[in-house]
Design a protein around this ligand. Structure first.
Ligand code: COA
Length: 390
């Protein structure tokens, strides 16, 4: 007889007379590993009930917009055993330049249809001995090169002296003044790590096999591509476009839900309140708009209109989802305002996931370092429910 639910180790030990298959049937099954702790980390903590995100000992609100991405790389290196050269600002610049030099040898990596396929292919070209700074520096270079190539434009070389976020905007061919660079920097910090999310777990699983860092990051990129993880912000913009006007929010969202579709940018595996990163990004958008409004054209900017619409859509989505799922709090997640912020910076929506990767790569590399220091293969079990041999 199969029995589901937790059992003690003693009970499992008593299974010596049973077959391995019967013993498996006694172990608790955790589809999606929800709530299962499989690693210790000093890098980030997500409190889903309180809506708190701690990054290397600091609240996300205290870091984003106040501490540069390069400085947060330093915090993560100190919290893990990740080795980063100093000074980081110039080491990142040199890593970007080294990655750019590889573009000519990438073959058709940049002509892939999806930005994440291109990023995965391009990152695979990094040498097996690449260290964290090479990997962190390269993601933005390849992301920008894909966007430029796709638009039929020449790629733009990185600069040794610019800040990481500023240079990323410049390589996309976008305006990269202090306000915009500051906003993107706040974004990269906000998304740099988030507990054992799917892509970080993927990176740790690969690292646990004693494979190399580049392989771990390439695997993580594959996980981040999925719409339930890092692929949501593009579709969030599509939805905002489809709604167009706040008055239409209810009708469009209801139709989406009636078709059995999910509202992108809403809901989270861990948060049961609004994602704290949604607040941080909303603040970053407001700061950016205020800076851009100074001396700008009269009236409401397109970005400000978009933020207004996004807020109205969020309120309506929250209301409809609360009605549909009264026992499950489905609130805005990080992707909702990621879409609005990256659009305001001029980043094409097809590149959103790759820009997400440019921030999250910090978490991946630090988690790989942490996992290596644990030195234990991650190898869970499955329960066989298939046919038995005759
Ligand atoms: N829109 C509509 N319904 C949603 C929803 C959304 N955004 N998110 C969850 N639900 C519903 C599910 O359909 C499910 O309903 P059911 O019990 O009737 O089947 C219920 O809420 C629980 O969802 P589940 O998929 O079990 O939760 P999860 O923890 O596995 O999923 C996400 C978390 C993030 C994958 C999920 O909320 C989602 O798909 N969100 C949209 C994609 C997104 O924004 N991803 C970025 C995450 S940062």
């Amino acid at each position: 007889m199969y029995r589901f639910g937790p059992v003690s180790n003693q009970e499992v030990d008593m299974e010596t007379e049973e077959t391995a298959r019967d013993a498996d049937s006694l172990r608790p099954l955790s589809n999606g590993l929800e709530g299962v702790i499989v690693a210790e980390t000093k890098l980030s903590h997500v409190d889903g009930a309180r809506g708190q995100l701690i990054l290397a000992g600091h609240e996300v609100e205290a870091l984003a917009g106040r501490t540069s991405f390069a400085e947060v790389c330093g915090l993560f290196a100190a919290a893990s055993r990740m080795e980063l050269p100093a000074p980081l600002h110039s080491a990142l610049g040199e890593a970007r330049v080294r990655a750019f030099a590889r573009l000519s040898g990438l073959g058709d990596a940049l002509s892939q249809a999806h930005c994440m396929d291109s990023l995965r292919a391009a990152m695979s070209h990094l040498s097996e001995s690449s260290g964290p700074v090479d990997v962190i520096g390269a993601v933005g270079v390849f992301a920008a090169a894909w966007a430029r190539t796709r638009a039929g434009l020449p790629v733009i070389a990185p600069s040794l002296t610019r800040g990481h976020a500023e240079d990323l905007l410049a390589m996309f061919g976008l305006e990269h003044d202090a306000a915009r660079a500051h906003a993107l920097d706040a974004y990269l910090v906000t998304v740099c790590d988030h507990g054992l999310n799917a892509s970080t777990f993927t990176a740790r699983v690969i690292a646990s096999t004693e494979s190399d860092l580049v392989s771990a990051v390439v695997g993580a990129i594959g996980a981040l591509k999925g719409p339930l993880h890092g692929g949501a912000p593009g579709p969030v913009l599509d939805l905002l476009d489809q709604i167009g006007d706040a008055d239409r929010a209810s009708a469009v969202l209801t139709a989406e839900l009636d078709r059995g579709r999910r509202i992108m940018g809403m809901g989270h595996r861990i948060y049961r309140v609004r994602d704290p990163r949604a607040f941080v990004l909303e603040r970053a958008i407001e700061t950016l708009e205020t800076a851009l409004d100074v001396g700008a054209i009269k009236g409401e900017s397109a970005a400000r209109k978009r933020l207004k619409l996004a807020r109205a859509v969020e309120r309506e989505a929250e209301r409809l989802l609360a009605h549909k799922h009264p026992n499950r709090a489905l609130r805005a997640n990080v992707e909702f305002y990621t879409a609005v912020l990256l659009e305001a910076l001029g980043i094409p929506r097809e590149s959103f996931s790759a820009v997400f990767a440019a921030g999250r790569v910090l978490g991946w590399t630090a988690h790989v370092a942490e996992q290596r220091s644990v030195g234990k293969l991650i190898r869970p079990s499955s329960r066989y429910v298939g046919r038995l041999p005759d």
